[in-house]
Ligand binder design. Structure first.
Ligand code: BV8
Length: 228
């Protein structure tokens, strides 16, 4: 069985990383229009870099939780049964990888990568890369930006995601509010293909009505229960 899993900020919530739209979430304290758009970066790069440096420190202090580990176990177990787990995440943290998952598709980019403003090359993030640092690829010191997808920018790996959805026998969304597109549209795409769809979340998402089945509760309980 090929399973397509889409994760969102909710799977990392119990690792201590804030979600975006829950009470007290990131976007209730920071205005995404002021921090997660190309225009915001062009206007005030230092503030945007400071926002991501703050979140980078949070990710370093966080640890994967039982939900991340359960998905890594499932990914390791499926090939022996002739199947595959396509793990697509909206998250920019590395907790799936630190739990043992591989080939994680970060459609909104990764907080530990930087992108050259001159040539677009992506590099592992190092401290103070945000300032006018020479790009290892093109050598120009035009500066770097976080290698993440902001609002209005095209998400990454869309072809691979479409192929993963086309090959899936089951679609599962975990810890996402179903607000941000194109990710929020994947469940409808799965339904149009006639495959079963399952939502695992703390509470019904904005797209809950599209799913065939659901399990609600903290991901550290609901995801291991679903995997086992
Ligand atoms: C694009 C990256 C074109 C950086 C982020 C009007 C209508 C429809 C769409 C649009 C519109 N106007 C504009 C758009 C497009 C826009 C969009 O969707 N806007 C929304 C807000 C309306 N989208 C874009 O701009 C995207 N680009 O469309 O390009 C295109 C498209 C396709 C092909 C060609 C061209 C780019 C979007 C990416 C933006 N970048 N972040 C960063 O992280 O700083 S968005 C941000 O939201 C994060 O990536 C986050 O992951 C993502 C989604 O949020 P969630 O992960 O779902 O998190 P949230 O807090 O919302 O929900 C958490 C859930 O977890 C909750 O449901 C909660 O109940 C649950 N939970 C909490 N605790 C737990 C839990 N569940 C289980 N256990 C728990 N313990």
């Amino acid at each position: 069985m090929n399973i397509f899993v889409l994760t969102g900020a909710g799977i990392s919530a119990e690792s201590g990383l804030g979600t975006f739209r829950d009470r007290g979430g990131l976007w209730s304290r920071f205005d995404p229009a002021r921090l997660a758009t190309p225009e915001a970066f062009a206007e005030d790069p230092d503030t945007v870099h400071a926002f991501y440096n703050l979140r980078r420190r949070g990710v370093c202090d966080a640890a994967p939780n039982a939900a991340h580990r359960a998905l890594a176990r499932l990914q390791a177990a499926l090939p022996a049964r002739g199947g595959r787990l396509f793990l697509c995440t909206q998250n920019i943290d590395d907790l799936h990888e630190r739990a043992g998952a591989s080939d994680v598709v970060h459609m909104h980019g990764e907080i530990f990568r930087a992108r050259c403003l001159s040539c677009g090359a992506s590099h592992p993030w190092r401290a103070n890369l945000g300032v006018a640092t020479a790009c290892p690829a093109c050598g120009r010191a035009g500066g770097m930006r976080p290698d993440v997808v902001w609002f209005g920018e095209v998400p990454l790996h869309l072809d691979a995601i479409d192929a993963g959805l086309a090959a899936a026998d089951l679609f599962v969304a975990i810890g996402t509010s179903g607000v941000v597109y194109p990710a929020a549209g994947y469940v409808a795409q799965a339904r149009r293909r006639g495959i079963p769809t399952h939502e695992i979340n703390l509470a019904p998402s904005d797209t809950a009505h599209v799913f065939d089945t659901a399990a609600y509760g903290p991901a550290t309980e609901t995801v291991p229960a679903w995997v086992e």
